[in-house]
Design a protein around this ligand. Structure first.
Ligand SMILES: Cc1cc2nc3c(=O)[nH]c(=O)nc-3n(C[C@H](O)[C@H](O)[C@H](O)COP(=O)(O)OP(=O)(O)OC[C@H]3O[C@@H](n4cnc5c(N)ncnc54)[C@H](O)[C@@H]3O)c2cc1C
Length: 165
């Protein structure tokens, strides 16, 4: 879908990659029997061989999001960074800077132990900048891992007023 304020769209894949690797959490949108359910979660990111993004999420082995995902794997997500309020002379000149990403895809629950270990290393990489953490079978057995295969993604930014768009 075309973006309003098209000049604020980010299309540079390197920039999009940078934002995805730098945000620390996303808001996962699910559909719970026709009602929206949004939950904030930390994530890890990787690019699949065919170029699509995969986002990994982790959490407890029970709870509402898992119940919803089992019923309906359709999802969307948002994330943002560099959020900074700015003011102006009139109310309508106040605003916030941001760089944000919105996407859609399917979310599935990962059962494979090797993929769960890899996903937790990716999560630590995104969260801390290091993947130098060890996980074993027992550790991954007590967490659930969710995998978003991203189908659509768009990125947008709002700079400070007067700065280059
Ligand atoms: C910045 C941030 C990062 C987070 N990262 C993670 C993560 O990586 N993994 C993880 O498992 N959890 C994370 N959480 C907590 C997460 O948002 C959920 O609380 C948790 O995952 C449980 O979700 P659930 O769907 O299983 O809800 P349940 O525990 O089953 O809860 C059911 C009900 O509790 C309420 N509820 C649940 N979560 C919240 C919430 N965050 N705020 C207010 N009400 C709530 C809602 O009404 C919901 O319907 C994070 C939260 C924040 C704010």
């Amino acid at each position: 879908m075309n973006m309003t304020k098209r000049e604020r769209e980010i299309t540079d894949p390197i920039k999009i990659d940078e934002i995805l690797n730098d945000c620390k959490y996303l808001h996962l949108g699910l559909v719970d029997d026709g009602m929206p359910y949004v939950v904030p979660l930390n994530y890890g990111v990787k690019k699949a061989e065919d170029g699509h993004y995969i986002l990994y999420l982790h959490g407890a082995c029970k709870g509402r999001k898992l119940d919803v995902i089992r019923k309906n794997p359709n999802c969307c997500f948002t994330m943002e960074r560099n959020v900074q309020p700015f003011d102006g002379r009139m109310a309508c000149q106040y605003g916030m800077t941001y760089e944000s990403i919105m996407g859609e895809g399917t979310v599935t629950i990962v059962e494979d132990t090797e993929e769960k270990i890899e996903s937790l290393k990716l999560l630590m990489q995104t969260q801390t900048g290091s993947s130098n953490f060890e996980f074993d079978e027992r550790m991954v057995s007590i967490v659930s891992i969710m995998r978003i295969d991203v189908k659509e993604l768009s990125a947008k930014h709002r700079p400070l007023p007067g700065a280059a768009e």
